[in-house]
Design a protein around this ligand. Sequence first.
Ligand code: ADP
Ligand code: MG
Length: 395
Amino acid sequence: MRILDPPPIPLLQELEPFSGIHPQELERISNLMQRQLFASGEVLIEEGAVATKFFVLIKGRLEVVKSTEGNDQEVLNTINQSGELFGEMALVEDKLRSAGIVAKVESEVLVVQKEGFLELVNHFPQFTLEVARSISHYLRKTDATLIGTLEVKNRELNSTIEELNATREALVDNERLSIVGRMASTILHDLKNPMTTIAGFAQLIGLKEMPYEDVVKYTKIISQQVNQFNTLAQELLAFAQGSSTLQLQELEFPACIEDSLASINHNLVQHSMKLVTDFNGEARIHIDPSRFYRVYENLVNNAIEAMNSGDTLSISSRLEDDHLIMTIADTGHGMEAEVLSKVFDEFFTHKKHKGTGLGLAIVKSIISDHNGEISVESVLDQGTTFTITLPVLKT
Ligand code: ADP
Ligand code: MG
């Protein structure tokens, strides 16, 4: 790979994702990008790598490839349109790369780091719309393949379940698979609504002479729908991953959750709610921080949905024998016994705006993947407390 001179402004203007951005702004954001030249056969994205950047094709031809059993590679897609965005999906989802990208001929691309991506998404609706368009385009292209694969997988799953009934062996793994199968079909089903909305609004925006305020309004709806889809997809992925892919680290608690706390606090403040913390004692724990972040994220989102502005979320911890005990308590509307007994079940949701019902099922599976336990207590109209127990490493 060779780094080329910074992209000149006229070049940026010709690329669809940046076409609506003022030249002065382009000047400013051009130093968030790098122009790179890849020789034929060079790899731009390794499958399974951490996503830290996205790309825009300037010229050339690339292939999206995924490895299959037996060292073969399947070509999922070709990228050959100047201005085509790629690599943004893993970035949006904060996930590892699900496929690799290889140059098929000498290809010139713009590379934008994650910070640049966030800056663009936050300030330029036109860019966000391009991202939504690119994702929706990609999904439409892969939809047919995906459904075909799913049908095959479903048939396989059915026979797995039959075998399972006969043998009752390897119960745990297969159970996870069958749940993932059910989740995938729920998600495909739920995906129809956001995708129809996105397509509709994207078409509306395409109509000429639309007032700017309307464009802003519709772009906002589009990004909300994309976010909704991302939540669904993330929940499926989180559950499907299981413990085999845990990337455990030895970390110091509570220092290791400082970043998570900052983001929880930010989230609460936006809803005019408060965070109170009370950590007693320090401990070394063995966790996968990104997986653990999903635990807080789900618990906090549920708490926010159950609380009113002015309410407080308390997170506290203490050490008991060789365990760390963490509680997350809200002052929300609480739950009736009937609801309480089902909260950890997959697909159980009981709220005004129906959720996916996967949040707490995922929380529970992540905690048990860490050899921990989670329990819940709740008093109607007073609040809910989740208690997580985790083993502590001996020093
Ligand atoms: P979802 O949020 O998609 O409905 P979850 O698994 O996250 O699914 O939660 C399941 C249900 O448990 C929620 O619909 C809600 O009824 C209940 N619940 C979860 N957390 C709380 C909470 N902190 N306060 C009140 N009810 C809650
Ligand atoms: Mg939830």
